[in-house]
Design a protein around this ligand. Sequence first.
Ligand code: ZN
Ligand code: ZN
Length: 219
Amino acid sequence: MKITIVVDNEAENNLKKEWGFACLVENNEKVLFDTGASKEVLAYNAEKLGVKPESISKLVISHDHWDHTGGLGWALQNRKLKVYILEAFSPQLKQKLSGFEVIEVRELTEISKGIYSSGPIESADKYKLYEQALLLKTANGIVVVTGCAHPGLERIIEKAKQLGKVRAVIGGFHGFDKLEALCGIELIVPCHCTVRKKELAKAFPDKTLICKAGLTLEF
Ligand SMILES: [Zn+2]
Ligand SMILES: [Zn+2]
């Protein structure tokens, strides 16, 4: 299982950065998770990384925010793309997907070999925002990939435990501050909107990696 960060707030020198998130998961097929904030940056970085829209079989959208859906047009160049969304997403977003095979994920679901959607997790705040995370089943445990983790990373980790021991967490962690939820996790990669990047690196210096577009991880 290979993960490549395609769009992030930080980037390696040859890639562009922007406030947004997209990453590619490869196992039996290529699954794109989120699309960053703009078609431009996604297209630029994907090209540099040698990824073509036609090579992607499935797209999973974590939640309906512009910094995760802005590059949708790049992915939709592949007319055969299957798109995994949540029922709660806006009519405007659903409209953009008309003509495509769209799957509204309702519960923990395997969408490709070893690649699961957590199903909708609702945020506990007044916004009642629904988000799905990717849960990857690897030989040594579950790798959690989050978009913004608005429902709380600790709640997403709880959900992931239904599949097995959580080994790594990667993605936007937003305002996450319940650091004790990360005890026992081997690898922490705070990306995108994570507010406490420095605090995490300080609390877990041996297992925190800096996230940026261009980073690849193999599990
Ligand atoms: Zn968000
Ligand atoms: Zn975001």
